[in-house]
Write a new protein. Structure first.
Length: 916
């Protein structure tokens, strides 16, 4: 839709926009001249809307998905189905047209089920991917606003900050220490420095330092620039048109199972050939009889529906996680989440609400309590429980002024509700300033900001430079108290500037922090009005310490129960925060951390040797004053001890730790695009409880995969054992090949599909996490499969022989055998729904909607199969008498009871073993 300018001639002055008459000209560095339209305050909303209509949304076309026909045909890319189709052709060739038609019909029904379910799964995954749309910060009509990156148009002024993903191709106009990681475009992973100097038109992409390209990541600094190309006209748009592909729904486990299924198919086919030879030469069956028998053996033995059902179970897991606010970006995370053994979580906003309120302020002489709730600028100050007028303490006012001006946030009121635009902590400072009687906007007019050192987690401070209108200037700094104390020489007390008393302040910090406050310090330094650019050298010495503020940030209500749930699930939770260690400890205790006393700080982590860190990383649950690089070391230390680690993060510098973790979890609201790109999972609500919900869903998915396997394999086992036994012993087949086909491709698939939708088992979060490399088929499951296969064999054969002994003809006895098989399946489904815990509970017996739908479908189909005359023609069935039906049902119930007994015996043995 959108077009690139004919010649983005960087060197010649013109920065082309799509249409020549609306262009910016960068005549020389720093002097950006507007030619006709885009003014320094950005586009007007009307103009932006007009351009959006003209150029289309700033979005790359979605990767091509398979069309319905391709998807339907893909259902036949299955060796077994191909063998069956071949068998249908052969059967027709030898004149058995009915049989051929039945084989074909059954293949079609099977493909239709797969087609419909896979379609739904793909659709929901697409919808989930769309939830992660990028945002851009633009300047329109002089106002800074966050808009969906899709709405950007050529000519928009875009503001770039660390962690942002560049939303379009942008000619930079103003930069401050800008560095961009262009790996997405050039493959070069070292960030490159950007500037505004024009470069020659023909330099390669990697050297175009005055441009920021769509899809690359801002790793450092700030910039403003003008959009010159959007959507497919961008450099990344050109590449991705070539690369666009849908990620297949595959995880290591699914691939492993698909390999197993292929191996099994080939083995079974080989075995079937041997049985064929045996039957024809050793048992005198005719070749055509034996042909159908081995086809049915193949169908009986191969779990054809399994891979599709497992894929669907995975997709449903992803969907359920999204409903619980955890958006999966990379599918293997679904599996890994289920085996997470340690969750390392940020504090602010994840375990706490990130709704800050200043509750206390400490100056060189006094401590004040601050009233009011939320961000509303209402509330008074008190000292020693007596109301206090702020203007009585100039140090307090100076502190509030610094806090209000060294600030990027804005407070907004709507219908009496006050909210923050920007960092909640800074919003709290604005509300505090109001409460001391200052109006931050008026203050900003008196002391306009000239420059800023933005907040970075590793520096833990922010500084601003202001000039007033009378020729003087001042620097304000706010940040972590212990950091600021090293930068100050003096302090303000009783209207005077005196020597800094670090002990006094350290005591005050400890005191505030022990009450659970987040503590922030403010400082200032006068400077001269020729000072135009703020550097670190300007603020690292001789500042005057103004005071401290203590803020509360209440824990999220659900955090404590989520932490407790982790404890019962054998998952260790660790808090990694940039906050003060005393604050961190107080909050950890409020949330109920197992070990909140023992705190390790960032500097202490640095001092530890590798083996010591491994030990301490496991022992300690609270890490304070930690920077992003400490997160990386902690992940590595925990992984070295064999743990499966989930790690949260939001900033651009958290990306390495997120990437390194087994499951990187980025914050959807607070997080930068860089963090989201690096993470496997994004939390739509930044909430710790959502990680735990995702882990629970991860365990559920894994359980459901197991259930589908444990359900299908014994059915295949029982059926094939029956056929092999009949052939080897030279007996009549208890079930005909076509009947086997019916059961396997229709009844079994319909029933097994219900397992993909199973809810979480009651004990899912009260058992320890499984090992990442634990084989899917443990000894326990192998035993279950072998035992149930045998029971199925006995059921099928027993009922067939029982009917024959009762004097029924073979066709009638076979109908009874098939119905027995299906009834056994239905009862086994109820048993398998709870692998270890009892199924005979009210909840277990009532089932779930998908289970009931599946059972009802199978029952109806089975009635048609047994009593409809067309079915008699195709499958050679006979109506079954009511009393015989009752016996069949009794066999099913007996199976369920037997399996329940087995569960209890196993549980008893497990508890005995545990006691020993
Ligand atoms: P988390 O718990 O999620 O790691 P955090 O907010 O505790 O987050 P950071 O955001 O890294 O950690 O902040 C660390 C410290 O930096 C804070 O305790 C505070 O002292 C200081 N700080 C935070 N935000 C600002 C800011 N906007 N301006 C100045 N200093 C800040």
């Amino acid at each position: 839709m959108s077009r690139r300018s004919p010649d983005p001639a960087f060197g010649q002055g013109a920065i082309g926009l799509a249409d020549g008459d609306r262009a910016w000209h960068a005549a020389a560095p720093d002097t950006v001249v507007e030619s006709t339209v885009t003014a320094p305050e950005g586009l007007s909303q009307a103009e932006a809307a007009r351009r959006l209509a003209a150029y289309g949304p700033n979005r790359l076309p979605p990767p091509k998905t398979r069309g319905p026909v391709r998807r339907f045909l893909a259902q036949f890319e299955n060796l077994l189905i191909q063998v069956l189709l071949g068998a249908a052709v052969l059967t027709a060739a030898i004149g058995h047209f009915t049989d051929a038609a039945v084989i074909l019909a059954v293949c079609l029904v099977n493909a239709a089920i797969g087609f419909a379910q896979e379609g739904k799964a793909e659709e929901s995954l697409r919808a989930i991917r769309d939830m992660l749309s990028a945002q851009a910060t633009v300047l329109r009509e002089g106002k800074r606003a966050g808009i969906p990156a899709e709405d950007l148009v050529p000519g928009d002024l875009v503001i770039l900050e660390p962690g942002d993903k560049v939303p379009a191709d942008i000619r930079l106009l103003r930069v401050k220490n800008l560095q961009i990681d262009e790996a997405a475009l050039t493959g070069e992973s070292v960030p490159v420095a950007k500037g505004i100097e024009p470069v020659a038109a023909n330099v390669p992409l990697g050297d175009r330092a005055s441009m920021a390209y769509s899809g690359t990541l801002v790793t450092y600094g700030q910039a403003t620039g003008v959009v010159v190309a959007t959507a497919t006209a961008t450099e990344i748009g050109r590449i991705s048109r070539l690369l666009a592909q849908v990620e297949p729904l595959a995880t290591p486990l699914l691939r492993q199972i698909a390999r197993f299924a292929r191996w099994l198919t080939v083995t079974v086919l080989g075995f079937a050939a041997l049985v064929f030879a045996f039957g024809v030469f050793a048992r005198d069956y005719t070749a055509s009889e034996m042909f159908m028998a081995v086809v049915s053996l193949a169908v009986a033995a191969i779990p054809e529906g399994l891979p599709a059902i497992l894929t669907i179970a995975m997709a449903i897991g992803v969907q359920r996680m999204a409903q619980r606010h955890a958006i999966i970006r990379r599918l293997p995370a679904v599996e890994t989440l289920g085996s997470v053994s340690v969750i390392c979580s940020d504090k602010t906003g994840t375990l706490t609400k990130n709704e800050m309120t200043v509750r206390a302020a400490v100056t060189g002489e006094n401590r004040y309590e601050v009233g009011g709730v939320g961000y509303a600028p209402h509330g008074g100050l008190s000292r020693d429980q007596r109301e206090f007028l702020p203007e009585e303490d100039p140090a307090l006012i100076a502190m509030a002024q610094a806090a209000a001006l060294c600030n990027e946030a804005r407070l907004r009121e709507h219908a009496g509700v006050w909210t923050v635009e920007g960092d909640p902590m800074e919003g709290a400072l604005l509300a505090f300033a109001h409460k001391t009687g200052l109006n931050p906007e008026v203050e900003a007019r008196h002391l306009p900001r000239i420059d800023v050192i933005p907040f970075e987690a590793e520096h833990r401070l922010m500084a601003t430079l202001h000039h007033d209108h009378t020729g003087s200037a001042v620097i304000f700094v706010k940040g972590a108290p212990e950091r600021l104390l090293t930068m100050c020489a003096t302090q303000r007390a009783a209207g005077e500037t005196t020597r800094l008393d670090p002990d006094y302040w350290h005591r005050a910090v400890e005191h505030l922090a022990a009450e659970g406050h987040r503590v922030l310090a403010v400082a200032m330094r006068p400077t001269h009005s020729t000072h135009g650019e703020l550097r670190f050298d300007d603020i690292d010495h001789d500042l005057t310490f103004l005071g401290l503020v203590g803020m509360i940030d209440p824990p999220r209500e659900e955090a404590a129960s989520a932490v407790a749930e982790c404890r019962s699930a054998g998952i260790r939770v660790k808090m990694i925060t940039g906050d003060h260690h005393v604050t961190a400890r107080a909050i950890a205790a409020q949330i109920g951390f197992a070990n909140s006393r023992d705190v390790l700080t960032g500097p202490e982590i640095e001092a530890l040797s590798e083996p010591e860190l491994r030990r301490r990383a496991w022992e300690v649950d609270v890490f304070a004053r930690a920077a992003p690089e400490h997160k990386l070391r902690l992940v590595e230390a925990l992984q070295a001890e064999g743990h499966v680690v989930a790690m949260t993060g939001d900033g651009v510098n958290d990306a390495p730790a997120l990437r390194r973790a087994d499951v990187g979890v980025a914050m959807g609201v607070k997080g930068t695009e860089a963090a989201k790109e690096a993470a496997e999972t994004v939390l739509a609500d930044d909430n710790f409880a959502s990680i735990v919900a995702a882990v629970r869903e991860g365990r559920t998915v894994y359980d459901n995969l197991k259930k589908a396997i444990v359900f299908l394999l014994p059915i295949n086992g029982g059926e094939s054992l029956s056929i092999v036994a009949a052939i080897l012993l030279g007996l009549t087949l208890p079930i005909t090949p076509l009947q086997i086909l019916w059961v396997n491709m229709v009844s079994s698939v319909a029933l097994a599909l219900a397992l993909a939708f199973e809810p979480t088992e009651p004990d899912a979060m009260s058992r320890p996490p499984r090992a990442l490399r634990e084989p899917l088929l443990s000894g326990f499951l192998a035993w279950r499969i072998a035992m149930v296969s045998t029971l199925f064999l006995l059921g099928i054969f027993g009922m067939f022989e029982w009917a024959i002994v009762k004097g029924m003809e073979v066709a009638e006895a076979r109908t009874i055998a098939v119905n027995t098989l299906v009834v056994l399946e239905v009862f086994y489904l109820f048993s398998v729904r709870y692998l270890r815990t009892p199924s005979l509970t009210i909840k277990g017996v009532l089932g779930t909607r998908p289970v009931l739908i599946a059972v009802a479908t199978v029952v109806v189909l089975q009635f048609i199969f047994t009593y409809a005359s067309v079915m008699e023609r195709f499958f050679d069935t006979r109506p079954v008498a009511f009393q015989d039906g009752a016996v069949i049902l009794a066999v099913g119930i007996a199976l369920l009871v037997l399996l329940e007994l087995e569960k209890r015996v196993m549980a008893f043995l497990r508890s005995r073993r545990a006691l020993r």
